[in-house]
Unconditional design. Structure first.
Length: 731
């Protein structure tokens, strides 16, 4: 979430505005997690006025210091009041008289000789402003119904960042998308980037990543239609139907919704009702009981009505139409199957019979209308030369409902199953067919559908527990302070293998859970870890932060061919080899983070990769570490610190004791001891996976770490235990 500050500069009329910013405004913004400042922070070339107008329109909150008669300040405040209806906070020193046009406005006053004294009050004012939706612009107060400025035209993603997001989506790299979401925090284009990341995350099936990104935007813009519509679908896929319904209501409450938007929202509401309905009868042991419970449920009626309303809003929204027909057909078949239960829904038998005739007529009418809608959509695709997998699936759904030849039904679904369909889509088709089968409706068609679904799409994949490794490289010849002496290789290999073996046994004791090893491929700890995983039958992924040629030159150049062959073997054995960056330099869109480098970025990427991969809700980090903190950016201590901050279970192999190194090598002023342990030790940050505690980073209302990213200097120093690896040579 971004703020913009309107103020004077230097000392004017007895007010040192730079000091006021340093002692009062800046700390208050920090305290509530707002990033930004004045135009002095804008480093790009161009017209300053353009930058000012941009910030005034897109800033989530503006602080204006109106202490003196400053034409620029009043002009900028006027622009803000003209384009945004809320979230503008006025402050002033007790010096000049307030201009007539601003009298009556609310101010926070401060003593210009001691501005810091007002900081607690300003923090409270900022929090209250962010929390409520009160209009504070006199323009919007006196002109009710006036629309705020359209921010969307100014929310642009830098080209190189857009390309990075596109690549991550194309490669289905959920971890890279989560990394980008963290890295854009506080940048001028944060909101635009988060929107792109959220959509890309949904496209690759990372609903948790999409949820986090959308929620960060909604914290700043609670009534944003796009955000609430997306969240309603995301929450539904994650199984949180209450949150989904709430997001739908927020979206429906928005102004000037088109018929297509309303149709989609009603369909989402119906889908939630359908899920509740299926859950109500699924547990019944026999078919008759399932039919009875399914027919009694009010969620059935709600789903039929909501899908129907969506189709009425837009007859081109064939998704609503097909599902309205499906639920109507199910209701009709259930009523015909169990007339006694159907009659209990009405006051008299005559009312029950009348409604049954109405339902039969409705299904017949809907069949022809839905067919016409699908035919129209198909003709449009043919004219435009486009394809729509969901349209093909919906056409197969219609055949399922209207054709009594199972072979033709199976053929329709088989034709619709393109290689690009996600596991979630195939699972959705499977679940729909199982509803018919379990209720005894169109059973032959259901069996034919299930028979053509690919095994990979319908079988449950093994649950994954990621094990990330981070460890020192082999010491270069002549290293002054030994860290990983070459003659300690065998000792280290045994220790790593023992740790991995123990972690594997503990993790895989739970049925259906498999350990996944994740590491870089530098000489020393990384390659020993990959070799241990291979011996123990643990699948591995190799993550390289830079192109392979650059990485090899950095990670293997000192040990020549002795480690080179082992490096290539590790990459050949790995199930996945992924490279984050297309260049050895940092992306241009990160130019405003000069204290953030490739190896720090690598550590964060690996952790995001692991959290995106886990299906157990846990990540373990195994570190081969001498216990030193502050050994440079992106090393083992940085991984240990970041892993702990983000909820990983960290276990370390103490190289000082293992290698018999001098105790002094492990001592460094400021190193803090923490309690850690073996797998299962609940040493976690309270915020949970992906979070960064306030003592290491500031977490703003848009979420994620703001300002300085964690460094090894903040690393706690756990005793022997487990860890995840950055892939960065520990320099």
């Amino acid at each position: 979430m971004r703020a913009f500050v309107i103020r004077g500069f230097g000392v004017k009329a007895g007010v040192d505005f730079d000091r006021v910013h340093e002692d009062l405004i800046g700390p208050a913004l920090d305290a509530v997690g707002l990033e930004g400042g004045t135009t002095g922070l804008i480093v790009e070339a161009g017209n300053v006025r353009d930058d000012v107008i941009h910030e005034l329109l897109v800033a989530d909150l503006v602080v204006a210091d109106v202490s003196i008669h400053n034409a620029n300040v009043f002009y900028e405040l006027g622009v803000r009041h003209a384009v945004r209806d809320r979230a503008t906070v006025l402050v002033r020193a007790r010096v000049d008289e307030v201009p007539f046009d601003l009298r009556g406005e609310r101010y926070l006053s401060y003593d210009p000789t001691a501005p810091a004294e007002a900081a607690p009050r300003l923090v409270q004012a900022l929090r209250e402003t962010l929390a409520n939706e009160r209009v504070d612009s006199p323009v919007f107060t006196y002109v009710p119904g006036l629309a705020t400025g359209d921010r969307s035209a100014l929310l642009e993603v830098p080209r190189d960042l857009a390309e990075d997001i596109e690549q991550a989506r194309d490669q289905k790299w959920a971890g890279a998308l989560r990394l980008i979401a963290e890295e854009v925090t506080g940048l001028r284009f944060e909101e635009a980037a988060l929107r792109a990341v959220a959509q890309a995350s949904a496209d690759v099936g990372d609903d948790s990543g999409a949820k986090d990104a959308w929620e960060r935007i909604r914290a700043a813009h609670p009534d944003d239609f796009e955000v609430n519509r997306a969240l309603s679908d995301t929450y539904r896929r994650l199984g949180d139907l209450v949150a989904s319904d709430q997001a739908i209501e927020r979206a429906l409450g928005g102004a000037a919704l088109g018929s297509r938007d309303r149709a989609e929202l009603y369909a989402l509401r119906a889908s939630n009702s359908k899920r509740r309905w299926a859950k109500q009868w699924r547990s019944a042991e026999d078919e008759d009981a399932r039919v009875r419970l399914a027919l009694r449920s009010r969620e059935l009626e709600t789903a039929v009505r909501s899908y129907g309303r969506g189709f009425e809003e837009d007859l081109n929204h064939w998704y609503s139409g097909v599902n309205a027909l499906a639920m109507g057909r199910i209701a009709l078949e259930l009523a015909l199957r169990d007339g006694a239960t159907w009659q209990t829904r009405f006051d008299t038998d005559e009312d029950a019979e009348t409604d049954l005739r109405r339902l039969r007529s409705h299904v017949a009418s809907l069949t022809s209308t839905v067919r016409a809608s699908l035919d129209t959509a198909r003709a449009r695709c043919h004219r435009e030369g486009t394809t729509d997998p969901w349209l093909d699936i919906s056409r197969a759904d219609l055949r399922f409902l209207t054709n009594d030849d199972p072979e033709r039904v199976g053929a329709a679904y088989e034709a619709a199953l393109s290689p690009d369909l996600s596991r979630a889509t195939i699972r959705s088709i499977k679940e729909q067919a199982e509803i018919y089968r379990d209720l005894g409706i169109l059973v032959d068609n259901a069996e034919a559908t299930l028979a053509v679904l690919p095994e990979a799409g319908v079988q449950e994949a093994a649950r994954v527990h990621p094990l990330v490794f981070s460890g020192h490289m082999i010491d270069a010849p002549g290293r002054a302070q030994p860290r990983f002496p070459p003659d300690a290789e065998e000792v280290a290999a045994r220790a790593i293998r023992e740790r991995v073996s123990g972690i594997k046994a503990a993790v895989e004791a739970e049925p259906g859970v498999a350990l996944l090893g994740i590491a870089g491929a530098s000489d020393g700890g990384d390659l020993l870890f990959h070799e241990a995983c291979h011996e123990l039958g643990v699948t591995t992924h190799v993550l390289l932060p830079v192109p392979e040629l650059v990485y090899r030159a950095t990670a293997l150049s000192r040990q020549a061919s002795r480690w080179a062959e082992r490096y290539h073997t590790a990459l050949r054995r790995a199930a996945e080899v992924r490279t984050l960056a297309r260049s050895h330099t940092m992306p241009g869109w990160l130019a405003t983070r000069p204290d953030y480098d490739t190896w720090q970025r690598s550590n964060r990427w690996v952790l995001h990769y692991a959290w995106a991969a886990t299906t157990t809700g846990r990540v373990t980090v195994l570190a081969l570490w001498n216990g030193l903190v502050g050994e440079g950016r992106g090393g083992v201590s940085d991984m240990v610190a970041t892993g702990l901050q983000r909820g990983a279970e960290v276990v370390t192999v103490d190289t000082v004791g293992l290698f018999g190194l001098p105790e002094a090598a492990a001592e460094e002023p400021g190193a803090a001891a923490v309690t850690s342990g073996e797998v299962g030790d609940p040493t976690r940050a309270p915020e949970g996976p992906g979070a960064v505690p306030a003592e290491a980073d500031r977490v703003g209302p848009l979420g994620g770490a703001v300002g300085t990213l964690p460094t090894a200097a903040t690393a706690p120093r756990p005793p022997a235990g487990a860890a995840v690896h950055s892939g960065a040579p520990d320099r």
